[in-house]
Design a binder for this molecule. Sequence first.
Ligand code: UD1
Ligand code: CA
Length: 461
Amino acid sequence: MNKYVVILAAGKGTRMKSQLYKVLHKVCGKTMVEHVVDAAKGTNPDKIITVVGNGADSVKDVLAGQSEFAFQEKQLGTGDAVMATSDLLENLDGSTLVATGDTPLFTAETFNNLFKKHAESGNSATVLTAKAPNPFGYGRIIRDEDGNVLRIVEQKDGTPEELAVDEINTGVFCFDNKELFKALKQVGNDNAQGEYYLTDVLEIMRKAGHKVGAYEMPDFSESLGVNDRIALAQATKIMQRRINEKHMKNGVSFIDPDTAYIDGDVKIGNDTVIEGNVVIKGKTEIGSDCYITNSSRIIDSKIGNHVTITSSTLQEAQMDDNTDIGPNSHLRPKAIIRKGAHIGNFVEIKKAEIGEDSKVGHLTYVGDATLGKDINIGCGTIFSNYDGVKKFHTNVGDHSFIGAGATIIAPVNIADHAFVAADSTITKDVDKYDMAIARGRQTNKPDYWHKLPLSKDKDWE
Ligand code: UD1
Ligand code: CA
């Protein structure tokens, strides 16, 4: 049996009060519509078609290569939206699962179950339903005394008795494909919203003598539909718990999983401990036995094994095995910290490699530089890389020592085993085994104290 998935994503999402089209709002780092496409892919369908309209180009960009597209010119309702796929689907044999792009929590398992229940039942239409704690806003499933599904009634069209029903339409259906298009042609728009409702297909099919039914899922939370920011936050909370539980099952410890905000594609090795109030985003990979403390923010970075990150921010950075950073340091794009290196507090590193076992302990800026192994960078060192127009590069060789407070004005090469005296301003290359010292010489003036104005304030001995 061929399987197709149609995802409705043409609406504007007025209730979001946003410049951004609704289905492009993100839940744990991924747009809602991509979450739905991910679940759809998990059913190995022969086709995935996304119906686009509002923000069509942006939605297509996000889903490029993952879906075919149908264009719905005007948003005349969910039935009209499915109709927009007719050129691509209408004449094909098989089952079609229709889902909406604003329900990001559905899993492939649920979609697979629905395909299976639908195939077993011999239905022409099977609606996925759930019992909602607060059914407001959803379509309600109206059944007869024997429990047979009669129709779906929208919030705005329902009578008080109908709206008292707590079994809701999750917005996901499975249809016999050809029967779906036959029925869609009969859907009218004589309802409170003047829209062509996909939900009307059920009653149309039933009246034409076809079997229709429902598959009630055990847990409502998967079916949460996001129409406003409140639901967006709820969906994020549920998705976050799911992500963190996956990591816990893989051997990651969380001090407080409720306040660890981790995107869905992040990878974390076992025996790593994540404290509370940590944000880990994008394509970040973290190895085993790491310790990430509170207030750390890690984006698109690669972290090896046995790494400690203390209240620091990392973006597009790399920390190899047995390194540490923080508190309060900042790795910016292309910062690479090699094995065994130590980055202390209040250090900023950008587009620079810190070699194995080197130490950048305190209050330092390293930009556009390549540092070798076993180097010590003293407190308050500045790699002065920018002349207001261009950036310049600095090299520091293995086993060198840069004294505290040095300013290194790029471009400059400091060789292996070089020594830069504290507070030097380095503008010239330094050779192997040389010491560079570039600062005013100290002069001491004997007894000068007594000539100073402050010496007149009091009787000093
Ligand atoms: C819809 C269902 C409701 C169900 C709920 C589940 C209908 C009539 N109602 O209501 O029974 O309980 O979903 O979440 O189907 N869309 C289009 N083109 C359109 C209209 C909508 O592509 O012309 C898309 C939207 O982008 C959205 C989805 O369809 O992703 C659902 O539309 P929405 O307006 O959110 O429907 P609900 O009121 O939530
Ligand atoms: Ca909706």
